[in-house]
Design a protein around this ligand. Structure first.
Ligand SMILES: *[C@@H]1O[C@H](CO)[C@@H](O)[C@H](O)[C@H]1NC(C)=O
Ligand SMILES: *[C@@H]1O[C@H](CO)[C@@H](O)[C@H](O)[C@H]1NC(C)=O
Ligand SMILES: *[C@@H]1O[C@H](CO)[C@@H](O)[C@H](O)[C@H]1NC(C)=O
Ligand SMILES: *[C@@H]1O[C@H](CO)[C@@H](O)[C@H](O)[C@H]1NC(C)=O
Ligand SMILES: *[C@@H]1O[C@H](CO)[C@@H](O)[C@H](O)[C@H]1NC(C)=O
Ligand SMILES: *[C@@H]1O[C@H](CO)[C@@H](O)[C@H](O)[C@H]1NC(C)=O
Ligand SMILES: *[C@@H]1O[C@H](CO)[C@@H](O)[C@H](O)[C@H]1NC(C)=O
Ligand SMILES: *[C@@H]1O[C@H](CO)[C@@H](O)[C@H](O)[C@H]1NC(C)=O
Ligand SMILES: *[C@@H]1O[C@H](CO)[C@@H](O)[C@H](O)[C@H]1NC(C)=O
Ligand SMILES: *[C@@H]1O[C@H](CO)[C@@H](O)[C@H](O)[C@H]1NC(C)=O
Ligand SMILES: *[C@@H]1O[C@H](CO)[C@@H](O)[C@H](O)[C@H]1NC(C)=O
Length: 840
């Protein structure tokens, strides 16, 4: 239209620019599609699109264009998206599909054309779809399979033309080209009769394995022989017949069919034939079938005698939603291996009648809300291996020896989701491999060992059975058990205790929701093979590394929903290297920095941890609800520095205090020296000498020294700490104030005791340094007899040679005594001021 006459070039140019701009604007303002996977998956539902949007990249593989008014698909319609694998064109008002509409879509696997009022399909409409596996043409106003130009789609596996107007099952010749076709649904069409020749193309094709769904066609007539020689994988004929007589006749029309599974019956909401009448299934005697599914039949007024008549050669019979309340006649020599009744109307397990199915291996009677009684016993079912009576309302008084003692091969028993099961008699089922009691109330388990004869049992589920495990012998006898599920029960003292010590083969243990508050040290000690442990939904506060240490084969540990605050470093170390799945979500995790090692570990082991988004901190308060893995470790490193500073300061303080304690005297002495020096000038000496001696030499000091010097002429005043020290004043203070500061001389009474005494050595050292500082008083050394001279020399060192010091040896002989006292007096007189002279 832009090239129209009368439009000048510039106008045209401006106009096309404007159009371009507008279309861009439209595209971007709608910017419609949801990008689910970039460059791969786009969803463009209900966006009033009239074509493939320009912004869809050519790499797109999955495109949903449903609910857009595409109207008609012209050729090369999808050339912008040649990589498509999945294309949904549901309800796109498509009326015509022109030749080559899907050109280039060589990779398309699935094409959905549901609910389009197709009335023109080009004969080459589906060309190019060389990989197409699934074509959905439901509700497309198709009136004949022959109208579908799909004969070249050799890769097609699934063709769904439900809800159309197809009125004949006549399969067009092109079906012989569709060798991979496995599923053809003609559900809800207008097929009213099936005639010989309709399925001609399938004749003799044994390998075909086709599932043919013809449900919800109003079939009035099936010509005998129509299915002669036909092999199908499955034939579904639900809600096809108007009344029982039509149904019976049509089933007879199936004669000659060979089918793996035949599905007959109604739908729960669409039930046309409701009454079962005798002989209804007689036609099945002419059909070869492996599995028969009979579904949604509501009335069986005692007319079940012929139900199984023609099913004797069938291996599997499944009755679903069948209001069957009793089993009447069972033909002898039935070959039924597997019989299943789901949602039937039995009020009692028809054990006696079912015992006629001598070949029975699998029996399931489930989901029957009226089934409460189990009074009859199974008689001689030598092949029965699986008995599933789950999801009924059964109660057992004495499970289960009486009912099951003639089923010697029973391996799998499922009594889950029933009412009350009492097992007081034990379970003499030696061959049992799996046993499921979950959600049935178990009487008597937990107090007495009831599993003693189940040495081959591998799988035991007693979850939510109201069991309270009191005895550690509860699981005795289960020598082969590999899986024990017992969630939702309870244990004595809420402690697992030693319940599992006999289960050495255990691989999986579920003790979630068991109100546990404790795990004993020995609980897991014999579970060295355990791979999965679910201990979630309990009230455990800690993860005691020594309790879990024996679990060295563990791969999955679910510890979620407990009250754990932290995994200690020891616990982290004890986790086995085989662990690949650890769930710590919904715990009371403490994210404070004193658990830094745990926080660090968690960050480094993100691949091991599951539900990490739910591993949130519970404390400290300001981190509540913060995901533990989002926790900022550096905030802790900062405070780690602070902690280091604090610790350093504290240590220094302690060392300082210790030093003060250790060198208290020296420090004190230093202080006194300083103050003593200041007061030196105005000091009046009270004593002539301060006597340092060992307390063990006190006898000598009193009798000899004090006696002689204080009572002699001139009398000398001695300072003795046992006598002259001020009581209540610290000793060190006394030594210094009363001793050194108030005395002119120091007399040291040297003996072996003196040299051994630390205290005396200390006093002597102070005296020496005092003399050094004051530079005046000498020390008078009195060496008593028998002193070890070598030691003496070492102790006294140089001081005996110092000029101002006097060195006297005491010998207890008259002559030497005289000399001794004279020398001592002389030494004491040295530097003594005359009375009246000096001082004030
Ligand atoms: C999508 O495709 C475009 C163009 O081919 C490319 O540049 C871009 O990297 C792709 N994006 C992704 C996520 O693959
Ligand atoms: C859809 O688009 C057409 C033009 O392409 C427009 O006329 C119509 O109003 C639109 N409908 C809606 C519901 O937006
Ligand atoms: C269905 O197709 C027929 C022709 O085969 C046509 O007459 C009829 O109008 C179509 N119905 C619809 C709903 O498009
Ligand atoms: C079957 O497939 C062949 C090869 O693609 C083709 O030539 C032939 O026309 C097809 N037959 C029908 C009935 O479409
Ligand atoms: C037949 O098809 C069904 C599914 O439609 C499949 O489960 C089964 O394995 C197939 N059997 C053979 C022999 O191909
Ligand atoms: C069953 O339906 C057929 C066809 O409509 C009819 O002829 C026949 O009388 C019906 N039979 C019964 C028992 O209703
Ligand atoms: C079904 O059988 C029971 C007894 O087994 C009998 O009381 C009842 O009348 C029978 N009902 C019909 C419809 O035959
Ligand atoms: C079951 O199979 C046997 C032989 O295998 C045959 O004689 C008998 O007629 C069959 N019964 C039915 C009801 O198909
Ligand atoms: C027992 O039956 C229940 C309910 O049908 C089912 O969920 C469970 O898996 C069955 N147990 C076993 C061991 O198959
Ligand atoms: C553990 O048990 C809980 C509740 O019984 C369940 O939700 C959860 O999925 C189990 N964990 C694993 C790893 O199976
Ligand atoms: C933490 O999250 C839970 C559930 O998501 C919520 O109920 C609770 O109020 C939150 N607490 C805080 C402190 O945000």
């Amino acid at each position: 239209m832009f090239g129209r006459e009368g439009l000048s070039f510039p106008t045209c140019f401006v106009q096309s620019l404007a159009t371009l701009f507008l279309s861009q604007l439209m595209a971007s303002s709608l910017n419609p599609c949801v990008e689910e996977i970039t460059n791969i998956t786009y969803r463009c539902m209900e966006l009033n699109l009239s074509g493939v949007p320009a912004e869809i990249p050519p790499s797109t593989q999955n495109l949903d264009l449903s609910f857009n008014p595409l109207e008609s698909l012209t050729s090369n319609y999808f050339s912008a998206v040649p990589a498509l694998r999945f294309l949904d064109l549901t309800r796109c008002h498509i009326q015509t599909i022109e030749d080559y509409a899907f050109e280039d879509l060589h990779n398309l696997l699935t094409l959905i054309l549901t609910a389009n009022p197709l009335w023109h399909l080009g004969s080459k409409a589906f060309y190019s779809l060389t990989s197409l596996q699934k074509l959905v043409a439901v509700e497309d106003n198709i009136s004949s399979l022959a109208d579908l130009p799909i004969g070249h789609l050799q890769t097609l596996q699934e063709l769904n033309v439900a809800k159309n107007n197809v009125d004949s099952l006549k399969l067009p010749k092109y079906f012989s080209n569709l060798t991979f076709l496995q599923f053809l649904s003609l559900k809800s069409n207008k097929i009213s009769s099936i005639s010989i020749g309709d399925l001609h193309v399938l004749q003799g094709e044994k390998g075909r394995n086709l599932t043919l769904v013809l449900s919800m066609n109003d079939i009035k007539y099936i010509q005998l022989g129509s299915f002669e020689g036909i092999h199908l994988h499955e034939l579904s004929l639900r809600a096809c017949f108007e009344n029982t007589s039509v149904m019976k006749a049509c089933i007879q029309g199936l004669a000659g069919l060979q089918v793996n599974r035949l599905v007959l019956g109604e739908f729960r909401n669409i039930a046309r034939v409701e009454d079962f009448s005798n002989g209804l299934l007689d036609g099945l005697c002419q059909v070869q079938l492996q599995e028969f599914v009979f579904i949604c039949f509501q009335r069986f007024d005692n007319c079940t005698d012929t139900l199984f008549d023609c099913l004797v050669n069938t291996s599997t019979v499944r009755l679903v939603d069948i209001y069957l309340n009793q089993v009447s006649a069972v033909p002898t020599a039935s070959r039924i291996h597997q019989l299943e009744c789901r949602t039937c109307k039995f009020s009692e397990v028809p054990a006696l009648k079912l015992s006629s199915f001598k070949e029975l291996r699998v029996l399931r009677i489930t989901k029957s809300k009226y089934l409460t009684g189990f009074r009859q016993k199974f008689m001689d079912l030598p092949n029965l291996e699986v008995l599933d009576l789950s999801e009924n309302r059964l109660s057992f008084i004495q499970c289960c020896s009486f009912y099951l003692d003639e089923t010697p091969k029973l391996k799998h028993l499922n009594l889950s989701f029933n009412s009350v099961i009492s097992m007081s008699g034990g379970l003499p089922l030696n061959e049992l491999v799996s046993l499921d009691f979950q959600h049935s109330k178990l009487d008597s388990l937990g107090t007495v060992p009831v599993f003693l004869s189940l040495g081959k049992l591998i799988y035991l589920d007693i979850s939510y059975t109201n069991t309270h495990v009191e005895s550690q012998y509860t699981f005795c006898g289960l020598d082969s058990l590999q899986v024990l599920k017992m969630a939702g029960n309870s244990f004595k003292d809420n402690n697992l205790g030693d319940s599992f010590t006999k289960l050495t083969q255990l691989l999986t243990l579920d003790v979630s929701s068991c109100k546990l508050i404790q795990v004993s040290l020995s609980t897991f000690s014999s579970l060295g093979k355990l791979q999965k442990l679910n201990i979630s939904h309990n009230k455990l506060l800690t993860f005691d590394h020594s309790a879990y240490k024996p679990l060295q084969a563990l791969t999955v540990l679910d510890f979620s929903s407990n009250q754990l605050t932290v995994l200690t470093e020891k616990a982290l170390e004890s986790l086995p290297s085989s662990l690949v799945h650890l769930d710590l979500s919904y715990n009371l995790l403490d994210c404070s920095c004193n658990h830094l090692s745990f926080l660090k570990w968690a960050k480094e082991h993100g691949e091991l941890l599951w539900s990490t988004e739910l591993m949130v901190c519970n404390s400290p308060e300001h981190l509540k609800n913060v995901s533990m893995l989002n926790f900022d470790l550096s905030s802790c490193q900062l405070s780690a520095v602070l902690v280091a500073v604090y610790v350093g300061t504290a240590l220094t303080g302690v060392v300082f205090l210790f030093l003060i304690y250790k060198y208290y005297f020296n420090l004190y002495y230093g202080l006194v020296l300083l103050s003593g020096c200041r007061r030196y000038a105005d000091r009046d000496d009270t004593y002539d000498a301060f006597v340092i001696h060992s307390s063990k030499d006190i006898e000598w000091v009193r009798k000899e020294l004090v006696e002689t010097l204080e009572k002699g002429v001139p009398p000398f005043q001695l300072c003795l700490h046992y006598r002259d020290f001020t009581p209540g004043v610290p000793v060190a203070s006394n030594i210094i104030h009363e001793g050194f500061l108030s005395s002119r001389k120091v007399i040291a009474v040297i003996s072996n005791h003196f040299m051994e005494s630390k205290w005396c050595s200390f006093e002597f050292e102070i005296a020496q340094s005092w003399q050094f500082v004051e530079g005046r008083a000498g020390i008078i050394l009195i060496v008593l007899e028998d002193v070890d001279k070598v030691l003496l020399r070492r102790k006294l060192g140089l001081s005996r040679y110092l000029k101002r010091n006097t060195y006297l040896e005491w010998k207890d002989r008259e002559i030497s005594r005289h000399l001794f006292w004279r020398q001592l007096r002389t030494a004491l007189l040295d530097g003594k001021t005359e009375p009246g002279r000096g001082g004030n």
